[in-house]
Design a protein around this ligand. Sequence first.
Ligand code: GLU
Length: 419
Amino acid sequence: MNSIVATRKHMNANETVHHYFDRAADVLELEESTRRLLKMAKREITVEVPVEMDDGRIETLVGYRVQHNNARGPMKGGLRYHPEVDLDEVRALASLMTWKTAVVNIPYGGAKGGICVTPRDLSRKENERITRKFVDQIHDIIGPDKDIPAPDMGTNAETMAWIRNQWEKYHGFNPACITGKPVEDYGAKGREEATGRGVGILAFKMLKRLGRRPKDTRVVIQGFGNVGSHAAKFMHESEFSIVGISDVSGGYYDPAGLDIPAALHYMIENRSLKGFAQAERITNEQLLELDCELLVPAALGSVITLDNVERIQAKYIVEGANGPVDADADERLFDRGIAVLPDILANAGGVTVSYFEWVQNRQYYSWDLNRVRQQLDSILSTAFEDVWQLANEHNVSLRTAAFMIAIQRVKRSTELGGF
Ligand code: GLU
């Protein structure tokens, strides 16, 4: 590889999203003032989260909520607990939520929040105290008609239950103030599986369009958390051959196809794939470069970069994670003819079922799982067809087409609302 390119500084997360935005805005011939208006976040909040640890020490953490855009409805997006959370990342993820909700055409804007912390190092009680303290700091700016948080990396249904309980202390009963709640406590059936299931549904649709059968498609999935494991389950049931999976403990490979039910069972028992013996052990880096047809990065951001893009062997990529491909690597993938189904569509199943949860909460009515799955399939199908068609019409990547659709919708709502 050319040494100048290899040593070039990678774009940060927000620059990457801006790059994708601008590429679509160029095709749409959007003027500079509109670009600036649509790119900038409406509000960014950084708060101190002081918390008493179990041993009596006081730790002071930093929490963020970035509210990017509300032209199409209340702002919506997850809450991430991770040691790499910073304002730049939350800003990027908040804007991705604006484009994500627009591309699947649900009546929301975009937001994202996070706390810079390692959840693994916390006791359950410490985690609860941190969560409640964070809600104390931001309760006034979130709510069912303003900004509705949800789970993301490092948070889950239990975290959402604490948030709801703390928020309701200030504002009274209203379960629609948060989504991704426990099913027995105003959560939606099918919410937990929704992001991974959506990844599987969309991979299936994309391959069908390309004339490829699941049976003949070898799949590698990076990440076996909520997104990766549910994607693996759905894809295994749809007869894809899953040859590689991974988590923080490393990669697991079997060219003949992994026993996914056994891996899922192992994960439930051990809360990690560490020690899963029915596969060859490889590193997470090697996993991304495996010989396969379909690669699903469903863990962290920025895992496909200029450093490894030339070694990617997959023909198709479906982005389960948010921002797994760096902008300059994305250009190379396009040049190499590798089709990338972008995060703002590929992992939109989660926020789509969050929307169903919010609707059910507001109606005090609960849907059965079949209805949730059917409606999810219908929304994702429509969005996929819109994106596929536009990409072909303009001869642009699926990512650029998805951004074009999203930008036009947000722009239109902004204009209809007036200034
Ligand atoms: N955190 C998820 C995402 O990035 C879900 C957000 C939501 O349900 O509001 O899309």
